[in-house]
Design a protein around this ligand. Structure first.
Ligand code: PHE
Length: 457
């Protein structure tokens, strides 16, 4: 039944690919900057609680659903409903749409990281004035040519890897990208520990500064836990569908969640010592990575090389996440429509590429999609897409996935599948704890996020 769809070569491959999906711009770019904006320690603690109590249960739920159904995110809901028409399929459709929306703008940010690799290699980051780094980032953001070029390259690379299939493409890429990323992050961390700002950074990231907790911070931490773990749109579900029925869902979900969290914390411990030692501020917003890092590196011997060593992992992390976003949509056409992988990948890539063009133009003075044109509220196209995906589509999808796994799925099959192949899953109380979290805590938390986004809370 699953022959021809592809399957992971080993359990480690799944973990590397799933961690490759989870670890991305969310960890290295967004997490440090929102931690900086939210005052550090307390925010990090809330985020960790969200990961453990909400993210991890949904992660297990997604991987479990995928492994049970052995099909794409749309097929999963109909198959596990006994093949009868069911409104739950809408959750699958939402997942495919969310993947398309996210990848269209994710590709643009990923493109900046590739542009910075190129700048570092070509000497474009050896700037004399500190302000010049801010200007350089602004010049990147507003230039339609740069954005379109790198959007094209990123989508092309992503498509090439996904074209290679599960073992030949996704798995092979993950086996290289993830270890390189971890090694480079470890090297950067080793360097950061030698800096005078390290102690202050540790206190900033792990010290509990109660005064910095706000309602906003709690909600931001919750929303980010979805994005960073690639939850709520079926990416983990689709990757789970390439597991064999004997694989231990609980162990691989734990490993993936732990790796993602580890890299997010490492990113903070790399960025903040460098930021503090260079006398810069933590609350520097989205420019934290693109402005502070090269600026800090420029003061070091071999500064350009450090920048290369930083932006290559950033790009790799974005690439392995982009692969999973594309795979969700491609798998739908392969499984449900019987298309060849080639046709599915070419079509989905073309649609996503086209949809990303407005995002690539969002910083420019383009008359239709440029910075001056607002879509929802004050948001340009790029921000609108990010807002829709992060605040609405992922939480809604997460609600649907948790609801289906916890309330709709047959209890016996669910429990048997949860325990299958898993020593941890068979320990007394583990299954029930997971089910209760998924039934009550998860929906409640998601509804709170959505009410907040609506301005009701
Ligand atoms: N988790 C990825 C990141 O942190 C983004 C992502 C979201 C990837 C949803 C796949 C699905 O960058």
């Amino acid at each position: 039944m699953s022959e021809g769809r592809g399957q992971w070569g080993s359990r480690l491959s799944f973990v590397l690919a799933a961690a490759g999906s989870a670890v991305g711009l969310g960890n290295l770019w967004k997490f440090p900057y929102i931690t900086g904006m939210n005052g550090g320690g307390a925010f990090v603690l809330i985020y960790l609680v969200c990961i453990l109590l909400i993210g991890l249960p949904i992660m297990i739920g997604e991987v479990l659903l995928g492994r049970m159904s052995q099909s794409s995110v749309v097929g999963t809901f109909s198959k596990l409903s006994g093949g009868k028409p069911t409104p739950w399929v809408g959750v699958g459709w939402l997942g495919v749409a969310t993947g398309v929306v996210i990848l269209s703008y994710y590709s643009v940010v990923a493109g900046w990281s590739l542009h910075y690799v190129w700048l570092a290699l070509s000497g474009g980051l050896s700037l004399a004035q500190p302000e010049a780094f801010g200007e350089l980032f602004n010049a990147t953001y507003t230039d339609p040519g740069i954005n379109l070029r790198y959007h094209t390259i990123f989508m092309g690379l992503t498509a090439m890897i996904v074209l290679g299939g599960i073992q030949g493409g996704v798995e092979r890429a993950a086996r290289v990208l993830m270890p390189v990323l971890l090694l480079m992050m470890a090297a950067l961390l080793a360097y950061s520990t030698t800096l005078e700002g390290f102690g202050r950074a540790v206190d900033f990231v792990f010290g509990f500064h109660v005064e910095s907790i706000t309602g906003e911070a709690v909600l931001e931490a919750l929303g980010h836990s979805f994005f960073t773990l690639s939850l709520g749109m079926g990416a983990m579900l689709t990757y789970g569908s390439y597991l064999s029925r004997k694989d231990d869902v609980i162990a691989v979900s734990l490993a993936t969640t732990a790796l993602d969290t580890l890299v997010a914390l490492m990113a903070c411990l790399v960025l903040f010592p460098i930021t503090f030692s260079a006398g810069m501020e933590a609350a520097n917003g989205p420019g934290l990575v693109f402005i502070n890092m090269p600026l800090a590196f420029s003061g070091l011997p071999g500064g350009q090389l450090w920048s290369v060593a930083f932006f290559i992992p950033l790009f790799f992390a974005a690439l392995s996440s982009g692969i999973s976003l594309l795979e969700v949509a491609a798998a739908y056409f392969i499984d449900e429509r019987g298309w060849s992988r080639r046709k599915a990948v070419l079509l989905t890539t073309s649609v996503i590429f086209a949809l990303g063009v407005p995002s690539a133009l969002s910083g420019s003075d383009n008359m239709v999609f440029g910075a001056g044109i607002h879509w929802i509220g004050e948001r340009n196209w790029f921000d609108t897409f990010d807002y829709l995906a992060s605040n609405w589509m992922l939480p809604l999808g997460g609600l649907g996935i948790a609801g289906f796994a916890a309330w709709r799925l047959g209890g016996k099959a669910r429990e048997a599948s949860f325990r299958a192949g898993s020593r941890l899953g068979s320990l007394p109380g583990v299954y029930l704890a997971w089910l209760q979290l998924l039934r009550y805590a998860v929906p409640l938390a998601i509804v709170i996020v959505m009410l907040h986004a609506l301005g009701v809370l």
